[in-house]
Design a protein around this ligand. Structure first.
Ligand code: GLY
Ligand code: MN
Ligand code: MN
Length: 448
């Protein structure tokens, strides 16, 4: 744990404490292990809010913030336990947790109930992330009921329950310089892995083999692994937006759509590229690809501080509609087609989303009907796509079964933006050159 990280989490807690009402208490549970089958568990991944506020990556912790107390920050962690640790792995214990989180007062979980009952006695409002940890919320309701049932002993439970998410998640929406560095690294690893995936693709390999190369590259470079299930869909599978089965063989003449991002230091990358399995686009694939690429580039060219995602979406829809008209997939008057949002038949998802500790990160997209203006420190994706179902008789036959998405990660800066994933080729000639290149041939030889 670096000093930079300690300063970060400390600063974030301060910032939150300043926003909480003076008579409030806020409580944040860590994640818990989830059973995979019988006595095995899914790999543990910390709750993003808890991680954001503590830097702690082990399960079962609880953070308490009380603005109007001498001790404003209190952390609970698992106790050291030689037997548990020899079976399941090391625990931080209170002393190390104190260093990692820079919280001064750290107790072990066996004290949680008695201390929470004391902390909850007094504050008027209780801030928790609604619906994020239902079991923990129930536990807190139980504590509050117990306090309310003892008024003769002058105990009071918070009367108001408030959702802390809006406050906390607006903080997470704007990334600090430290977070931007982690996100650059997540994006860089994701980009290198995507390039490796492109280079290792060849006719006859299976989708899961290419996905495995990408995951290997993530981990080889120090990422924890994929930030979400890798989507590696050849041919018609590209038309299934969240295709993660990755079971099929890659066929000559098909496109392969890969959507993959590394999780580094908790932060997600999120890249999509679509490219020909055999290294050369067919005429029909080229047509569709160029429409999506033109739309993505038009959107990126329009990004500037103050603009909004809905505005960028309008630009995207216009570009896609014009392209679809040119290809004869849509017919009629441009203005009517735009008014009808006709291209939405083939582009059914959003243009992009906030990116951060979660791949679909938190933060408001609009407030009181006004779209959130983009500003320095925000990170989001730009990911237009077109998907033509194999059985869609409204689409010329040559285009049926083609799915294309192109996705980059954008960091807003004070006077513009940085495309964090620009290193992955996306021009048709650049993709074909990459796949024909010496290192691609070596990659394929190595895996064949
Ligand atoms: N990988 C999911 C997305 O691009 O939103
Ligand atoms: Mn994606
Ligand atoms: Mn995305």
């Amino acid at each position: 744990m670096t000093l930079a990280m300690q300063n970060e989490v400390k600063k974030r807690r301060r910032q939150l404490l300043e926003q909480l009402p003076a008579d409030a208490i806020a409580i944040f549970p860590a994640g818990a292990e989830v059973v995979r089958s019988r006595d095995t568990h899914y790999p543990f991944r910390q709750d993003s809010d808890f991680y954001y506020l503590t830097g702690i990556t082990e399960p079962e912790g609880v953070l308490v913030l009380i603005p109007d107390a001498e001790q404003q920050e209190i952390l609970f962690v698992l106790p050291k336990d030689p037997l548990q640790e020899v079976w399941h792995g090391r625990r931080l214990g209170a002393d190390v947790a104190k260093q990692v989180s820079a919280v001064d007062v750290v107790y072990t979980r066996d004290e949680l109930e008695s201390r929470l009952l004391a902390f909850l006695n007094g504050p008027k409002s209780l801030y928790v992330a609604f619906d994020q940890h239902p079991e923990f919320e129930q536990q807190l309701r139980g504590y509050c009921r117990r306090l309310a049932a003892t008024p003769k002993r002058a105990k009071t439970a918070p009367e108001a329950w408030c959702d802390v998410k809006p406050m906390l998640h607006q903080m997470r929406l704007v990334k600090s310089a430290y977070e931007q560095d982690q996100m650059r690294k997540a994006a860089q690893i994701s980009a290198q892995a995507m390039i490796r995936g492109m280079q290792s693709t060849t006719v006859g390999r299976f989708e899961y083999q290419v996905a495995a190369d990408i995951e290997h590259e993530f981990k080889r470079q120090g990422a924890a692994g994929p930030a979400y299930g890798i989507i590696c869909g050849g041919g018609e599978n590209a038309c299934i937006l969240h295709y993660t089965a990755n079971t099929d063989v890659l066929n000559d003449g098909d496109l392969l759509l890969i959507d993959a991002g590394a999780e580094y230091a908790g932060y997600a990358g999120d890249i999509t590229r679509t490219f020909p399995v055999n290294g050369r686009f067919t005429a029909a694939q080229r047509d569709v690809y160029q429409v999506v690429l033109d739309a993505q580039e038009a959107v990126i060219a329009a990004i500037k501080p103050g603009t909004t995602l809905p505005h960028l979406t309008d630009i995207c829809l216009r570009e896609l509609t014009q392209g679809l008209l040119k290809l004869g997939i849509l017919q009629g008057d441009l203005q009517c087609l735009l008014a009808d949002k006709a291209c939405r038949r083939y582009f059914i998802h959003g243009l992009g989303h906030w990116l951060g500790l979660d791949v679909h990160d938190v933060g408001r997209y609009e407030l009181e009907g006004e779209a959130t203006p983009l500003r320095a420190g925000m990170v989001f994706t730009v990911e237009p796509g077109l998907y033509f179902a194999p059985d869609d008789v409204q689409v010329p036959e040559a285009y049926r079964g083609i799915g294309v998405r192109i996705e980059d990660d954008i960091l807003m800066t004070a006077d513009g933006f940085e495309n964090l994933t620009a290193a992955v080729p996306k021009q048709i000639e650049a993709i074909e050159a990459l796949m024909a290149g010496e290192s691609a041939v070596t990659q394929r030889r190595a895996v064949s």
